[in-house]
Write a protein that binds this ligand. Structure first.
Ligand code: V47
Length: 364
């Protein structure tokens, strides 16, 4: 208590004790308080209230079927503007399906797909992509296409966002990943990703997905030009939608990686910043069950440390990843389930393999 008092956080601790939610100014204070361990201690208390020491991970693969993209987000090192540009690729459906097919010996439970916004592919490409995955493995969970992709499909193929979601669900879509959120504040969005789906539409698409019965995640790209206030504002907008729908499963802060993109002059966020962002997210988001450290983005060691700073989930095995590795990530592209379990156990936490919907996976 005396440490919280010295840190100037006693009133916040008392509010949390009474289950009173924190407001914008308190969120900013949590970013500004010098005592990172005091903030982490509070976040850990909230984490343990919800999950004890349990730490979730899943056995998944990542697939980026194309990096052709009409958007020009300043932070992106992955996108190539046109088919035929150096480094541009689009997988055939068979190549994409093969990523799952050749892993038939692995008990994978999720395929996570994120793509560039390709201007020339037919809608059928995406429909068939999903159908093919389900043919190969009927029980697999398909977490595919960010809200930004859904908005792009709707505009390109002349359908409503909801129609696109319904058609993709009919083809096997099970949930939406959280990508494309970046920072909700219009000032930042205008500077770093002006030519893709805006904040209101991102949130509306998640709202529609929740209404249709899907679960989704929400991300936040941090460590570039955003202020502490804009980070907290981002969290509060996610919290407000969650009050209405309850459909978000996890909040995922994503650390900005500066290599090979138009913001390369900016330094990458430090470990202290990463730990704090995850901790503040746990403290502000009283209604989102999970805070995930995406270890590819944070680095393995920081993700492990974050398990004492509010984080209860480490994403998954991933196996192949391009978006971060093209932006300079030094992390491996894959971890085995036993490596993830060792990391969690060595941190004094209890590993739990989950499926995408956070049901415990028991292997025979
Ligand atoms: O929206 C792109 C980010 C996101 C960079 O829902 C970058 O479970 C840092 O959303 N530096 C896509 N970040 C990945 C994503 C995700 C990851 C893990 C789990 C889930 C989930 C979702 O990657 C993009 C953007 O915010 N990104 N470039 C970069 N240079």
């Amino acid at each position: 208590m005396s440490r919280l008092s010295t840190a100037g956080l006693l009133d916040i601790a008392e509010k949390l004790d009474r289950n009173v939610r924190l407001d914008l100014s308190e969120g900013i204070r949590l970013f500004e308080a010098p005592d990172l361990l005091a903030v982490g201690w509070l976040a850990n208390r909230e984490r343990e209230k919800r999950h004890g020491g349990r730490t979730f991970y899943n056995y998944n693969i990542r697939l980026e079927a194309t990096n052709v993209c009409v958007a020009s987000c300043l932070f992106c090192s992955f996108a190539r503007l046109k088919p035929g540009d150096p480094g541009a690729y689009t997988m055939s459906l068979d190549e994409a399906w093969d990523k799952l097919r050749r892993r038939s010996h692995q008990p994978i439970t999720e395929v996570h797909v994120v793509n560039g916004l390709h201007p020339d592919l037919p809608f059928d490409y995406y429909v068939e992509l999903l159908r093919g995955f389900k043919r190969i493995r009927p029980g697999i969970h398909l977490k595919c296409f960010t809200a930004v992709e859904i908005a792009f499909f709707a505009d390109l193929y002349g359908m409503s966002d909801e129609q696109i979601l319904r058609e993709l669900m009919a083809a096997g879509l099970d949930s939406l990943p959280g990508g494309g959120a970046e920072i909700f504040a219009e000032r930042v969005r205008k500077k770093i990703c002006d030519d893709k789906c805006g904040t209101e539409r991102y949130l509306d698409i998640h709202r529609a997905a929740h209404r249709l019965g899907m679960r989704t995640n929400v991300t936040m790209l941090y460590g570039h030009i955003e202020t502490a206030e804009e980070r907290v504002d981002h969290m509060l907008r996610a919290r407000a939608l969650q009050d209405d729908t309850g459909g978000f499963q996890a909040f995922i802060p994503l650390a900005f990686h500066p290599d090979n993109n138009q913001m390369r002059k900016l330094p990458a966020p430090t470990a202290a910043d990463t730990l704090r962002v995850h901790a503040v997210a746990r403290l502000m988001l009283d209604n989102i069950p999970h805070v995930k450290a995406f270890w590819i983005a944070t680095g393995v060691e920081v993700a492990q440390t974050a398990l004492w700073f509010g984080v209860d989930d480490l994403d998954g095995t991933v196996q192949e990843e391009k978006i971060y590795h093209m932006a300079g990530a030094q992390t491996p592209e894959a971890m085995t389930t036993s490596e993830i379990e060792r990391l969690i156990t060595a941190a004094g936490r209890e590993p739990v393999e989950r499926d995408t919907l956070y049901r415990v996976v028991a292997h025979a």
